[in-house]
Design a protein around this ligand. Structure first.
Ligand SMILES: Cc1ncc(COP(=O)(O)O)c(C=O)c1O
Length: 388
């Protein structure tokens, strides 16, 4: 993506110019609100790219971070720590579905990289299958299974393994694409970058069935759609389809970098010492934060809130330039009658921040789980004033 400097007057010349940026300098945040340095108060439907599940400055999150920082800010995996074990148990219980073993990492791409590596190592096979329009991260393996990466930004001279892409909405194409050479199939149950696109139960069931037939490992990349965003703990729970591995990140730490690779019993039973490794993964602050995020989602009934307010968005936001809604929970794509970027800019003029996606006619909403119907009213009233 070409770097754009939008004239904020902040450009020091020392940051890599690789990000297109919105014309906001954030000074601080509170709940679902961003406070800009120029005094604007902006309603945030983007959540720092799906990270701020609890919103900004949540007291439970802050307390966990402070408590753990004072007690022990970092310790290597070579030494045991109760918080690491406790957070893993908490996450495994939150997911259920027999995915009981956790390997802690730092980012979404890193979790996917390890998931894929493990699948190749355990199966001894040669290729992976991914879905068209999927996004899995910017590292060598994660980028290899990302749709369009090779043409746009991949950079490496070759991918580490062969990849086949299958259409995201055709369960009948699955059989031909996945065979006994397939080590892993990686899929986002609800695609994020692909446009808040609900891959859906028939497709996920077809992938599960075919992986079982040929002995391939099914990986759900829930970096964006997991951790409560669908209104269920994970997309796997939402659809009732159990993969062999799940990757989680983003809202897992609510802004503190943490990711996790969850493994089924069958996969975990084959692990040996040194199969994977990390310095920062499983750091106590990351684990304390992940535990606090899950505790908060449950204590404040945030899954129910996501479901209720998501339904309200569907009911009230098909207005102005919006012609329909896709996606699930708080990973929603508002279909736009004109380019989504224009609608996004018009909303930002009204102090509402939204996202776009790879689909030029989808405005992507990734708000915090604490969003309420009053916030949605502000969005729908703003949309009503934007021409179709
Ligand atoms: C579904 C999905 N997978 C993986 C990633 C990569 O995560 P990270 O940027 O933390 O490496 C993203 C990031 O947007 C994502 O949406």
């Amino acid at each position: 993506m070409a770097a754009t400097n939008l004239g904020l007057g902040l450009h020091s010349g020392h940051l890599a110019q690789v990000f297109a940026q919105y014309p906001i300098e954030v000074a601080h945040g509170e709940g679902v609100w961003l406070h800009a340095r120029d005094g604007r108060k902006i309603l945030d439907f983007y959540g720092g790219h799906a990270v701020a599940g609890l919103g900004y400055g949540h007291p439970r999150w802050l307390a966990a971070l402070e408590r753990q920082a004072r007690q022990m800010a970092f310790q290597t995996n070579a030494l045991q720590m109760a918080i690491r074990e406790r957070a893993a148990a908490r996450l495994a219980k939150f997911v259920g579905l027999g995915l009981e073993t956790v390997f802690w990492l730092n980012s979404g791409a890193e979790a996917n990289e390890n998931a894929l590596k493990l699948a190749f190592k355990l199966t001894g096979r040669s290729n992976a299958v991914a879905l068209e329009q999927g996004f899995h991260g910017r590292t060598a393996a994660a980028g290899a299974v990302t749709w369009g990466a090779l043409e746009k930004w991949y950079g490496f001279p070759r991918t580490p393994f062969a990849v086949r892409f299958t259409p995201r909405n055709n369960p009948n194409a699955v059989e031909q694409c996945i065979d006994r050479d397939t080590a892993a199939v990686i899929v986002e149950p609800v695609q994020g970058v692909g446009g808040a696109y609900d891959v859906g139960k028939p497709m996920l069931n077809a992938l599960r069935r075919r992986c079982d037939e040929v002995g391939a490992i099914l990986i759900f990349d829930e970096v964006q759609c997991g951790m409560g965003r669908t209104g269920a703990p994970f997309g796997a729970n939402f659809y009732g389809v159990a993969p062999d591995m799940i990757t989680a990140a983003k809202a897992l730490g609510n802004g503190f970098p943490v990711s996790a690779l969850l493994l089924s019993r069958r996969i975990a039973s084959q692990l040996k010492v040194d199969d994977m490794g990390t310095t920062f993964g499983g750091g106590p602050m990351a684990c304390a934060v992940a535990e606090a995020v899950i505790d908060t989602i449950e204590a404040e009934s945030l899954l129910a809130n996501v479901r209720q307010v998501s339904a309200y968005i569907r009911a009230s936001c098909i207005i102005g330039p919006i012609t329909g809604v896709q996606g699930e929970g708080f990973l929603l794509g508002l279909k736009t009658s004109r380019p989504a970027k224009e609608v996004q800019a018009a909303l930002l003029d009204k102090n509402i921040l939204t996202g776009t996606s790879a689909d030029p006619n989808i405005l992507r909403l990734l708000p915090a789980y604490i969003l309420n119907e009053g916030h949605v009213d502000i969005l729908s009233q703003a949309l009503a004033k934007i021409s179709a």
